[in-house]
Each structure stands twice: as structure tokens, then as C-alpha cells.
Design a protein around this ligand. Structure first.
Ligand SMILES: *[C@@H]1O[C@H](CO)[C@@H](O)[C@H](O)[C@H]1NC(C)=O
Ligand SMILES: *[C@@H]1O[C@H](CO)[C@@H](O)[C@H](O)[C@H]1NC(C)=O
Ligand SMILES: *[C@@H]1O[C@H](CO)[C@@H](O)[C@H](O)[C@H]1NC(C)=O
Ligand SMILES: *[C@@H]1O[C@H](CO)[C@@H](O)[C@H](O)[C@H]1NC(C)=O
Ligand SMILES: *[C@@H]1O[C@H](CO)[C@@H](O)[C@H](O)[C@H]1NC(C)=O
Ligand SMILES: *[C@@H]1O[C@H](CO)[C@@H](O)[C@H](O)[C@H]1NC(C)=O
Ligand SMILES: CC(=O)N[C@H]1CO[C@H](CO)[C@@H](O)[C@@H]1O
Ligand SMILES: [Ca+2]
Length: 898
């Protein structure tokens, strides 16, 4: 029966064949089979022998990032390599209150199927078993949905010896419901697969005896879930398991704990060891809960950035010691072998020939066969609305056809095992967060068309590429996604060239609380592809030093679409590869007629122009050297101790206030320029029992009556001076109750620095589900939080252990604070054509040009909406800043004229 099924399944699984790239438990034992009270293997040597495998269960796949970060190839590879897991349980969140629409039946079906495919593929490549678990803890099994799901899962994966099915994690109701659920699911699975099926029992799967003997199926086992501190190894749970086995049915502990049943209390080491040895004696396979970094004692890990390897919790270290790590495996020859590897590289496509290659880079130009172009960029090119990152590459620069200076990614082959001459890639990747609000990144990308319109990839069944280097998200950007939440797949780092083939159901979108906007690429979007991108991305709130990719390069070659036929545009119109850099004074590289040409690039806020600030209201200049404000409120300081943290400052604590003394006389700092200022000193971070990042903070109540705020409606820009560590300034108006305060990140400064933010620049963090408009008529508090990173306090302390603040003011909008950028200006379009600047506005506009010394060299007003042209003819060569203001928006760009 297996043979026939296998052939049917192969046809259903499409062209993609995943195979193991190491010899592990699955090629050693073969498919796991219920054989009397034990599991045996389908490999000849193990057909008469009991097989026990040990591993981990993932946490609910519908939970937070601290759980889903482990639903990746990268995490599976690490758990196999570092812990020696032999089985991984895919705990598919079906429906739960915390899943926010990510559960399988609560809107997350596509997402869950993408996780499933990526995890099952990673398990197969690692030659380990994978349990596909309908992870639900309830009195109903959602049987109709389960039948549909297992029909799909068994059809798709049921041919692989790796796969085991678990039909209901933890039933909490009666047995008859469990029995009829299991009956229906078993018959759905058996249509496609004869693989092992695991069945739960009442009381959170603690009664395997009830399950054993209740089914006529030939290949099932019963699950046992127990908690060592509550359930002694010689108690009724163990007896139920023994009774199940005596009925000739094997038992599999798919979840078990060392603690008590409610998940609390300490680990009971003695009882746990008894259970472990009892399971060893009875050859009961197990998966420990949980392979996650969630905030629970049973989580095996405590960090989600995996580039430096796994970071174990106390629990994780304990369970690691009980695995079969280091066991030697021997391929019994049932499965055919190691992965095909890469089958050589493409050696080029003639201009005009038909190809399924999007690009193999062999024509040595910056363009793909689709006509579009390659480039790379990092968070350092962010517009500033979300702060600006500092990530860099060591690639040379190149000016593309749009006059835009980008990293040049065209590289000669790395000289590895290949037949290719050229590839594209990023080198010397360094991630640095700067003030960027999100995780730092560096991207390699291919705009599919030269004029950056959409490209039709509908005939493409799957996409493949070869890569070598850093772990990355491979992303497909369609014009249907307008909030940057593009479809992507994560691939683990590889030191060898590796071929990746992906089907559309493997791509998923992040959970940004916008699942109603999610769609599957199978269904739409493939006719509207803008760009392919390979993104190397850090994790938010992790020190830069800990956030680097394990390999600092990423090379890509041979991007191919199965099913597509492209007429190759090759050897792109006279494109000679050259590395130009506008700053090296080199010759003009993009212009047609040798006339002066200009290039345009988004500019970072330039601090070379000294802000001229017009005070509207001095909230406090601390010249009176006391903690009382001009607006009657007070300065103070606080730390994370209330939340369980142990972060500290060395400011004097004055019981009379009561509170920390935060006001210092100007003599405290020789560069003060003032009679007094406020600040924090001797800052150190320590997590304690925190569940969020450690911090210390300087705060201010604007009004002495803390139930009231002050009206800053007429205060378009908030300005202050500071010196010392980077921080996040947060504003509170009393409306926000989930700590998602309007905020802005600010970088460290060694010298006193004036900073100014327009009202619009304060934004709530993206995770909040209840965004509110800030009420400037009632500003109650401001705080300057110096924030660390949870889990890193031992090795990561502030760059400066102090933060001084002074001259908190409201200033006029017209103040020439270049750091003041108004609302994101997507309605303003700036493009360059020869020596003309085109500005498209939807209202009257003011266009100003400054030289790099800050002198205004042009100032004009356009009285109507439209397409305005500004000539740079006759202007001196050099760099300029253009600022366009229109309808309350502003856009700044750097122009260079050559
Ligand atoms: C089950 O195990 C017995 C020995 O206990 C062995 O003789 C038999 O071949 C095994 N059957 C299968 C289907 O593996
Ligand atoms: C997994 O093993 C660890 C280490 O012994 C333990 O702390 C944890 O409780 C186990 N699983 C569960 C469900 O508790
Ligand atoms: C698998 O390996 C066996 C023996 O090594 C061989 O006879 C068989 O043709 C192989 N099957 C496939 C699909 O390669
Ligand atoms: C390249 O593609 C991206 C995404 O579609 C787009 O934002 C960008 O403007 C395109 N063009 C250039 C010149 O970078
Ligand atoms: C607030 O500060 C300004 C500028 O220092 C000062 O002119 C004004 O008198 C102050 N107001 C109060 C109420 O202290
Ligand atoms: C502030 O620093 C200057 C030196 O730059 C110093 O002369 C002055 O006395 C300091 N201010 C006070 C109030 O001590
Ligand atoms: C091992 C190998 O064949 N490396 C080759 C990769 O491609 C470059 C460019 O053609 C060759 O120079 C290398 O010898
Ligand atoms: Ca190539």
C-alpha cells in the first residue's frame, strides 16, 4: 500500500522534492510504526526493535514572535545541530484567545500552511521526525476543520517517513467527542498516508488507557501529557500509560513537564528523572514543551535573535542534557539519499533568447533579463520619518539610470565550486540601528522592470535561486501591498552555495494586526510584481554587537522561475560596470549629453545647519536650578524596579522630595552653557525579573496638578538640548493605557546637542492595536527613557552612563531646525531630469534650495498645484539640499550638480 501511496503523493507534491542533507534518525529507523506496545522502524534492522526518539515541541504557532521565531529553518537547523533533537512537534495554533487572528480557523490558514511547509521541509532536510499537531486545548475538536486540514497535510506530506500526525493536543471534554473526532480525522489521513497517528485523551491527554484499543487503525499511538511535580512517576498517569501499552498500543509523550500541572512551581528534579528513566525503559518517545522564548519557565530559550546560536534558559539546558545528542546514525538505504545539491550554474543567455532565468548575471551587467536592475540599500537610506538606521555595506557605489546612488552589487564570482563568472551580492554587512524605529536591515534587490512598473510572473509556478551567505528573508514585493508588509520566506545562512526553491504557499506576511489585508500569492499579486529582495535583518531591541548576521555577506545567483518564458534582454544598452561615487569627484556617469547633470538622493537630517530657534514657550530652562517647571510641574526620575527590574542610577535619593534629585548646577558639566540642567547619572541596566526591556528614565509632569496637562496646541515643535546616552522621548496625554506612548528615538551625543521634533514626528509603536491621535491640548508627561535590551544586561550597558537634558521648549515651525521634518510627504514627488528638478505637488508650494553651508540659494513660491520645474543651469557644481513645503508637508532631498 505504501508504494502506491508514495507514487500518488509524488504527483501531488509538485516538482519539488525535498530530501535530507544529513543522515539522521529518519534514514536510520525509517518510518515509525506502531508495533504492539512500542514503536519500531520500517528500516530492516529496526522492524523488530523498539525505537525511542526525543525532541522538542514548538510553542503555539499562533502566538507571539517569541514563539514563531522558532518556526523557521534557521531554528530547526540549530536545534538539530546544537541540541540533537530527533523529533520536532509543529504545534499548530487552531484557535485561541491570544492568537489575534493568526490561528488556523481564525483567519490564519495561509500563514499556518506557510509555517507548516517551511518547518516540514526543514525537518526533512535535517532527517528528523516532525509531528503535525492540531494544537488545541478545548472540549471541542473543531472536527470539520480538522478533517479538511489533515486531508491537506496528509496529501501534501504523508509520503515522507518523517511525518507523524497528532489529531488533538489536549481534549478537555468527554471521551465520545475525542473518539468521533479521531475516527473522522484518521480516515481523512488514511486516504493519503499510512504514517503514524497520535491520539489524545480526556483530562488534557492524561488517560492513554482510554485511547488504547479504541481504534481499529493499524498504526496509531496514544499521547501522554504529565507534569512531574504533580504526577509522580509511579502514579495513575504512569499506570494509565502502562495499561495502554499492555493493550498493545504505544504511548508517545508529546508534551510533559518537570513542574506542576498549572505550569507553576519549581521543577521537581527527582520525579523528573524518574519519569525520564521510566520513559527510557519503556521506550516512550517524547517532545518537551517548549522550543520558544516565550515568558514561561518551560521555554527552552530566552532570546530570539539566532545568529549567535541558541540561548538556553535553565529549563532548556536541563532538557538538552536528556536528548540523544551525539548519537550516531546510519542510513538504512530506504530513503534515497542526500539532496541533489546544486546542479551547476547557468552560463549565460543570449540576448533575445527565451529563458526561465530572471537573471544569472553572466552578461556582467546591472540588469536582469527582464530589463530591471539590481541594487542594495540599508536602513541608513530611510527618509527619517521613522528615524534613520546606520547599517552599512562595503560594496562600492553605483549610480543607476535614475541618477540614484546605490550600492553596486555586481560582483565577480567568489571562486567557489561553480561554473559562473558573475553573481550579485552584499559584502561587509554591518547592521546598526541608529535611531531607526524598526529592526536594522540591509537589502539586496532586483527591480524587475527598468521603469519600475509591474512585472507579470503569473506563469511562474515556483521561484528558485542559489545563494551563499547570511540568513535572509527572501521577499516578493507586489504593488498590492502598500504598507511594506510584503510576502517573504526566511532562509537560514549557508557557507556553501545552496539552491532554494520556493512555492507560493511558503510565502507569508508578518502579523501586524492587519490579517484582513493578507492574501496568498497563489491567488493574486503575481501579475503585479515590483521587486524581489533578499533582506538581512536584525532583531528589534538587541544591542548592535549581538545583532550581526553570522556571515557578513550574501551572494545570489541564478534566479529562476519554473514555468516562465522570458525573452532575455542581455548586455543592457552599453552598461559598462563601473563603480562611481559622487563624492570622489569622478566623471558624470549617467548623463547622456555630457551636460551638467544632477542626482537626487533622500537625505538624512543634516546637522551642519545650526538651528535658529524661535522660542514660543520655555517649558523649563532650569536656570533657577530647581526641579519646578515654568509650567508648574516637576522633573523627576524613575527606573524599572516596579516591573521587577534592577536597573539603577546614582542620582541622590532624597526622601524629603521624595525622589531622586535630578537637577544639577551648571558647574556639573564644563560645557553646560547654563546655570543648571537636569539629568540621570551612573546609569546601569539589570533585568531582574523583567519581561520587557530594562530602562531608567528622566520624567516631567508638565502640570503641578498631575490630573491635568498643559495645552501645547500652539507648540508645533518641541525642542531640547541634551548630552549623553541615546534615549526615547515619550509623550503622554492620558489616553494611552497600553504603554504605546507617542515617542521618538534619539541617538547618543558626546556634546550638548539641540534637537527639535515637530508634533507629527511623535508616533506610537507599531505593535499597538489602539492607535490614538495625540491630544496636544492636554500634554501631561514627557519622559526620556534610556532603554536596554532584555536578556543582554550582563554584556550590554549604555554607551554613556549619563543623560543630561536642558532647555525644554516649544519653538516655531519656521525655525530652521533641519532635523525638523514634517509629515511623510508621499504626495510630493521630486525627480531629476538632466539639470531640471521636477516637483509635483497637490497644492501651492514653497521650494527652497540650500547649499551645504546652509545658505539659501533659491527660494520660490508656486501658487498652484502641479508639476513645477526648477532649473539648475548655471549653478555651481556641488551638493545642495532641496526642501519643498506644501499643504503642511515637507520633503527634503539632497541634489548633486556636476
Ligand atoms: C513487530 O515486532 C515484532 C517483534 O516484537 C516483529 O517480529 C515484527 O516483525 C514487528 N512487526 C512490524 C510490522 O514491524
Ligand atoms: C521541558 O523540560 C524542561 C527541562 O527539564 C522543563 O523545565 C519543562 O518543564 C519541560 N516541559 C514542560 C511542559 O514543562
Ligand atoms: C533508491 O535507491 C535504490 C537503491 O539504492 C535504487 O534502486 C532506486 O532506484 C533509488 N530510487 C530512486 C527514486 O532514486
Ligand atoms: C525600485 O523598486 C522599488 C520598489 O518597487 C521602488 O520603491 C523604487 O522606487 C524603484 N526604483 C528605483 C529607482 O529605485
Ligand atoms: C517662563 O520662562 C520664560 C523664559 O525664561 C520667562 O520669561 C517667564 O517669565 C517664565 N514664566 C514663568 C511663569 O516662570
Ligand atoms: C557652565 O560651564 C561654563 C564653562 O563652559 C562655566 O564657566 C560656568 O560656570 C558653568 N555654569 C555654571 C553655572 O557653573
Ligand atoms: C571552483 C571553480 O570552478 N571556480 C570557478 C568559479 O568561477 C570563476 C569565474 O569563472 C572561476 O574563475 C573559478 O575558477
Ligand atoms: Ca552568475
Amino acid at each position: 500500500m505504501k508504494k502506491i501511496l508514495a507514487i500518488m503523493a509524488v504527483a501531488a507534491v509538485s516538482a519539488m522534492a525535498i530530501s535530507a542533507n544529513r543522515v539522521g534518525p529518519v534514514s536510520t529507523y525509517g518510518e515509525l510504526k506502531a508495533n504492539g506496545s512500542k514503536l519500531s522502524g520500517s528500516c530492516p534492522q529496526y522492524q523488530n526493535e523498539a525505537v525511542q526518539v526525543k525532541g522538542m515541541s514548538l510553542f503555539w504557532s499562533s502566538a507571539a514572535d517569541s514563539a514563531t521565531a522558532f518556526y523557521t529553518e534557521k531554528a530547526v537547523n540549530l536545534m538539530v545541530k546544537d541540541m540533537g533533537i530527533e523529533v520536532l512537534r509543529f504545534a499548530m495554533g487552531v484557535s485561541n484567545s491570544f492568537d489575534k487572528g493568526r490561528g488556523y480557523i481564525t483567519g490564519g490558514e495561509d500563514l499556518q500552511k506557510a509555517y507548516l511547509k517551511n518547518v516540514v521541509n526543514a525537518a526533512i532536510e535535517n532527517d528528523i521526525y516532525v509531528i503535525i499537531d492540531w494544537h488545541i486545548e478545548s472540549s471541542t475538536g473543531y472536527t470539520d476543520d480538522a478533517v479538511k486540514f489533515f486531508d491537506y497535510a496528509a496529501e501534501t506530506y504523508g509520503e515522507y517517513n518523517n511525518v507523524i500526525f497528532e489529531v488533538w493536543n489536549e481534549p478537555t471534554g468527554g471521551w465520545s467527542e475525542v473518539k468521533s473526532h479521531a475516527d473522522r480525522v484518521i480516515s481523512a489521513i488514511r486516504k493519503h498516508s499510512d504514517n503514524l497517528i497520535l491520539i489524545g485523551s480526556t483530562g488534557w491527554s492524561s488517560n492513554p488507557a482510554e485511547c488504547a484499543g479504541s481504534f481499529s487503525d493499524k498504526n496509531y499511538g496514544c499521547t501522554l501529557h504529565f507534569y512531574a511535580a504533580t504526577h509522580p512517576a509511579n502514579g495513575d498517569k504512569a499506570q494509565s500509560a502502562a495499561s495502554a501499552m499492555s493493550k498493545g498500543v504505544p504511548v508517545f509523550a508529546t508534551e510533559w513537564g518537570t513542574v506542576s500541572a498549572d505550569g507553576n512551581g519549581g521543577a521537581n528534579q527527582g520525579e523528573s528523572e524518574k519519569w525520564i528513566s521510566w520513559m527510557d525503559q519503556n521506550k516512550i518517545s517524547w517532545a518537551n514543551w517548549s522550543a520558544s522564548a516565550v515568558n514561561e519557565g518551560s521555554a527552552a530559550f530566552n532570546k530570539i535573535n539566532l545568529d549567535n546560536g541558541l540561548s538556553y534558559s535553565t529549563s532548556g539546558n536541563m532538557v538538552k542534557g536528556w536528548m540523544n545528542k551525539g548519537k550516531s546514525y546510519k542510513d538504512c538505504g530506504l530513503q534515497n539519499g542526500s539532496s541533489s545539491g546544486n546542479s551547476g550554474f547557468s552560463t549565460g543567455v543570449a540576448n533575445g533568447a527565451k529563458t526561465d532565468l530572471i537573471d544569472d548575471v553572466e552578461d556582467n551587467d546591472h540588469y536582469a533579463y527582464t530589463g530591471g536592475f539590481w541594487s542594495a540599500w540599508t536602513d541608513a537610506g530611510e527618509s527619517g520619518t521613522n528615524g534613520v538606521g546606520k547599517s552599512t555595506l562595503t560594496n562600492a557605489k553605483w549610480e543607476n539610470d535614475f541618477g540614484k546612488e546605490v550600492y553596486d552589487v555586481l560582483l565577480p564570482s567568489d571562486g567557489g565550486k561553480n561554473t559562473s563568472k558573475y553573481m550579485v551580492g552584499m559584502k561587509g554587512i554591518k547592521l546598526a540601528r541608529g535611531t531607526y524605529e524598526y529592526a536594522p536591515y540591509a537589502d539586496l534587490g532586483l527591480n524587475l522592470t527598468k521603469d519600475t512598473t509591474v512585472f507579470n510572473m503569473k506563469s511562474c509556478k515556483s521561484i528558485s535561486y542559489k545563494f551563499k551567505g547570511a540568513s535572509h528573508n527572501f521577499r516578493l514585493e507586489t504593488s498590492l501591498v502598500t504598507n511594506w508588509n510584503f510576502h517573504h520566506v526566511n532562509k537560514d545562512a549557508s557557507e556553501e552555495w545552496k539552491e532554494v526553491e520556493l512555492t507560493w504557499d511558503q510565502f507569508n506576511q508578518e502579523d501586524w494586526g492587519d490579517n484582513d489585508k493578507h492574501f496568498n500569492l497563489k491567488d493574486k499579486g503575481l501579475d503585479k510584481v515590483m521587486r524581489l529582495a533578499w533582506e538581512v535583518k536584525g532583531v528589534l531591541n538587541v544591542p548592535d554587537a549581538q545583532n550581526q548576521p553570522s556571515l557578513d555577506y550574501l551572494y545570489v545567483d541564478d534566479v529562476r522561475c519554473d514555468g516562465m518564458s522570458i525573452t532575455a534582454i542581455s548586455g543592457g544598452a552599453g552598461d559598462t560596470p563601473k563603480s562611481s561615487s559622487s563624492s570622489n569627484g569622478g566623471k558624470s556617469s549617467s548623463s547622456k549629453g555630457g551636460k551638467s547633470s544632477s542626482s537626487i538622493a533622500p537625505t538624512q537630517s543634516s546637522s551642519s545647519v545650526a538651528p535658529v530657534i524661535t522660542d514660543l514657550l520655555v517649558i523649563d530652562d532650569v536656570e533657577d536650578v530647581d526641579e519646578v517647571l515654568n509650567t508648574t510641574g516637576t522633573w523627576y526620575a524613575y527606573t524599572d524596579v516596579d516591573g521587577g527590574g534592577q536597573s539603577a542610577i546614582t542620582n541622590v535619593y532624597d526622601p524629603a522630595l521624595p525622589g531622586y534629585v535630578v537637577v544639577f548646577p551648571g558647574t556639573k558639566d564644563a560645557t553646560n552653557g547654563t546655570q543648571g540642567f537636569v539629568g540621570l547619572e551612573g546609569i546601569s541596566w539589570k533585568d531582574g525579573t523583567l519581561t520587557y526591556d530594562p530602562f531608567v528614565a528622566l520624567g516631567v509632569n508638565l502640570n503641578a496638578d498631575t490630573s491635568k496637562g498643559v495645552d501645547l496646541t500652539n507648540c508645533p515643535v518641541i525642542s531640547y538640548r541634551y548630552k549623553g546616552n541615546g534615549h526615547t522621548i515619550k509623550l503622554q496625554d492620558g489616553q494611552v493605557t497600553d504603554f504605546a506612548f507617542h515617542n521618538r528615538r534619539v541617538e547618543s551625543a558626546a556634546e550638548w546637542t539641540t534637537i527639535a521634533f515637530a508634533q507629527e514626528e511623535f508616533k506610537q509603536p507599531s505593535w499597538t492595536e489602539t492607535k490614538v491621535d495625540f491630544n496636544w491640548a492636554n500634554v501631561k508627561k514627557m519622559s526620556w527613557e534610556v532603554i536596554g535590551a532584555l536578556g543582554y544586561s550582563d554584556e550590554f550597558q549604555p554607551e554613556y552612563n549619563y543623560l543630561y537634558v536642558d532647555d525644554l521648549k516649544c519653538v516655531a515651525a519656521g525655525s530652521v531646525g533641519v532635523r525638523v521634518s514634517r509629515k511623510a510627504a508621499s504626495d510630493l514627488k521630486l525627480t531629476v531630469n538632466g539639470d531640471m528638478l521636477n516637483v509635483v505637488t497637490t497644492a501651492a508650494a514653497r521650494i527652497q534650495v540650500f547649499d551645504m553651508q546652509g545658505n539659501m540659494v533659491m527660494n520660490r513660491v508656486e501658487n498652484a498645484a502641479g508639476n513645477h520645474q526648477v532649473s539648475f543651469q548655471g549653478m555651481n557644481r556641488g551638493n545642495y539640499v532641496v526642501r519643498v513645503k506644501s499643504a503642511g508637508m515637507a520633503k527634503t532631498a539632497r541634489i548633486s550638480i556636476r
